[in-house]
Design a protein around this ligand. Structure first.
Ligand code: GLU
Length: 298
């Protein structure tokens, strides 16, 4: 019995220190060199430490995601030589799971339903004489906060004032193993007042898709046991939102590795919507994987 007990703890210890990284593309277009960098880096971070690399298809936005783009993600990753654990997570299959976590927030009375359209919000803000284009215009003025609207057929917002009361005056933190856009690295501290000023009562579930990127990514990184979240540094400043949700759900906070973004010759970030040259196109042109790696310096 003693041996089995010890073995159990040894296995648990190794699972805990093992790196589990992930690549989480959205199938809204063809992948470009920026995605190649992200996937190769996450794969390498796991492989270097005999860890696990996972794939997640972030396809909650049904209006923009397409199966053809999902299929080309698998093709591109095969070509890049990236190998993932078989159990791929597809977010569109997990809406009930996100609803389960939404319910937890509702039971704690930390969220509320919101009917406001973008123009309602702009009108409310201009009535408060806050210039529409100022930083503050992103902050929801709280129009629906006291209306007690259902969270099940409306947008859902967090009530950040209530969260402040619920968690108390705590400092949250996460460990940045890579670099933020302004060179941030190491332990990053922030408090809920900072979050409130930057994001206000942010949306955790959209009426049409019943979740949001922030909620889905938090739930999925936890349920896939991701210990190292590696992704582009354009997502560095939303990481505090994920850490806040992780805290509210009592999840372990993973480590983060934000990486540089790949830019084009004009110095602009590559993007699917701006139709940056795709991996598929590069492959058709006969560019080899080694050439891609040397272009990306990885
Ligand atoms: N799905 C996001 C994208 O394609 C990545 C989100 C993440 O890595 O957290 O840009």
């Amino acid at each position: 019995m003693d041996v089995i007990y010890k073995l159990f703890w040894v296995i648990t210890y190794f699972i805990k220190i093992m790196i589990v990284s992930r690549f989480a593309p959205s199938p809204t277009g063809l992948l470009h060199l920026g995605h190649a960098y992200s996937a190769l880096l996450a794969f390498r971070l796991a492989k270097k430490r005999n860890g696990i690399f996972r794939l997640r298809i972030e396809n909650i936005d049904i209006t923009r995601c397409k199966k053809v783009y999902e299929d080309s993600i698998y093709e591109d990753l095969h070509w890049l030589g990236v190998k993932w654990k078989k159990d791929i997570v597809r977010q569109s299959d997990r809406i009930p799971l996100y609803q389960y976590y939404l319910k937890i927030l509702e039971e704690k009375d930390l969220v509320y339903g919101c009917k406001c359209s973008r123009s309602d919000i702009n009108n409310a803000l201009s009535a408060l004489s806050i210039p529409i284009n100022s930083f503050d215009s992103k902050i929801y003025p709280g129009t629906c906060k006291e209306k007690k609207l259902s969270i099940w057929n409306n947008n859902v917002r967090v009530d950040i004032e209530k969260i402040k009361k619920y968690l108390g005056n705590i400092i949250l933190s996460f460990n940045e193993n890579g670099l933020g856009p302004n060179g941030e690295t190491g332990v990053q501290h922030f408090d809920i007042n900072w979050l409130q000023k930057k994001y206000g009562d942010f949306i955790v579930a959209r009426k049409d898709i019943r979740t949001s990127y922030n909620l889905a990514v938090t739930v999925d990184d936890h349920s896939q046991n991701i210990s190292l979240v590696s992704r582009g540094n354009d997502l560095f400043y939303v990481t505090p939102i994920h850490v806040l949700l992780q805290k509210l759900f009592n999840f372990q906070i993973p480590n983060f590795f934000h990486h540089r973004l790949i830019i084009d010759k004009k110095g602009k970030k590559l993007s699917k919507t701006k139709k940056s040259v795709s991996l598929n196109q590069l492959r058709m042109e006969g560019i080899s994987l080694d050439e891609i790696k040397s272009m990306l310096d990885i």
